[in-house]
Design a protein around this ligand. Structure first.
Ligand SMILES: NC(=O)c1ccc[n+]([C@@H]2O[C@H](COP(=O)([O-])OP(=O)(O)OC[C@H]3O[C@@H](n4cnc5c(N)ncnc54)[C@H](OP(=O)(O)O)[C@@H]3O)[C@@H](O)[C@H]2O)c1
Length: 309
């Protein structure tokens, strides 16, 4: 029973230790020390090393080393018929909630406006909005978006979510599908994107979507850079229609030094640091799924390849 850990920048030794602690009988190999490719039954993989997967003829599960799976599903050579499982890590979820709340509260409490006033040495009190008067919209109410929505509802915000299938969630106004999108956007003052990147959601943060938001809305993208049409975002900010954008993910990472996002006074850039997976908290989910697989039980967090997430 052999698992290959394949991530160029990942800490393979820490992952191997955490996996062993949970499942001592698991033989963990760290790329590029794959040994005999026919031994590999499980792969925990990220990024371009997914190109290695077709070498392993006896693969039984492909685990994504992150919550997103587009790096796997976009490949034509992904081994057919092998289940793909994404990483769902309670610490990753908690970290995402923390980072999302930090950004949302900055816009709610007008911190970018106060930063501009500080640069101009202006002492001016700006109007304050109560949480139940602040309309926040979350695109995606999955593991991450759902947790952020729940936290915001607990703080008393007026929260709405937009999903593919219709959902209900306590304290959250739910919208679903393309037909509801404009109604969801029209009422959203701070928009948070936590969608997976799929053919349906690529480029979704575009000029039409920004135009459907109220004047002065702010946009936060903590999902994938491929959701944003960069030029449309800059145009919506420059026209004054959007008041600000906080971006943690980009089409090209690292963000190229000459990219206009770096210097735009209404854009906050962070280098894809909202949260990352940690072996100590995430390895258990991998081992749990291996046990389930061996017992013939359904896998948890398996991806629907046709749906794209
Ligand atoms: N940048 C980072 O550091 C980072 C870290 C972790 C994750 N992420 C990104 O965050 C994404 C979301 O993670 P998650 O764990 O919350 O995913 P998830 O549990 O699979 O939830 C995805 C949500 O998006 C909705 N959705 C999918 N396609 C849609 C569409 N076409 N229209 C409307 N809604 C749609 C789903 O709707 P239904 O409820 O109807 O299925 C669901 O609510 C990941 O795919 C990943 O790309 C980024």
């Amino acid at each position: 029973m052999t698992l290959l850990f394949a991530c160029r920048d990942g800490d393979g030794a820490d992952w191997a230790a955490a996996l062993h602690a949970d499942m001592p009988e698991l033989d963990v190999r760290v790329w590029p020390e794959t040994g005999d490719p026919d031994d590999i039954s499980y792969a925990l993989v990220w990024g371009e090393l997914a190109a290695e997967l077709p070498r392993f003829a006896n693969l039984e599960i492909i685990f994504s080393l992150g919550a997103g799976v587009e790096h796997l599903l976009e490949r034509d050579d992904l081994p057919a018929g092998v289940p793909v499982v994404r990483l769902v890590d309670p610490a990753l979820c908690a970290g995402k909630v923390e980072f999302a709340l930090m950004r949302l509260l900055q816009y709610h409490r007008r911190m970018p406006d106060y930063a501009a006033q500080q640069r101009a040495r202006q002492w001016r009190e700006l109007a304050q909005t109560l949480p139940d008067e602040r309309r926040i919209g979350i695109m995606g109410l999955g593991e991450l978006g759902g947790a952020v929505a729940g936290a915001l509802a607990g703080l008393g915000f007026d929260v709405a979510g937009w999903t593919r299938s219709r959902r209900t969630m306590a304290g959250v106004t739910c919208y679903a599908g393309p037909d509801d999108l404009d109604r969801f956007l029209n009422r959203t003052e701070i928009l948070l994107c936590l969608l997976p990147l799929t053919p349906d959601t690529a480029d979704i943060l575009n000029a039409d979507l920004f135009a459907a938001l109220p004047h002065g809305a702010a946009v936060i993208n903590l999902a994938r850079g491929g959701h944003v049409v960069d030029d449309d975002l800059i145009a919506a900010l420059d026209s004054g229609h959007l008041s600000g954008a906080a971006l943690d993910v980009f089409r090209t990472e690292p963000l190229p030094p000459d990219h206009p996002f770096w210097t735009h006074e209404r854009i906050a850039v962070t280098p894809h640091i909202a949260v990352w997976s940690r072996p100590r908290t995430a390895a258990g989910m991998v081992c749990d799924n291996i046990r389930r697989h061996r017992a013939g039980e359904p896998l948890r967090h398996a991806v629907d390849r046709a749906r794209g997430y």
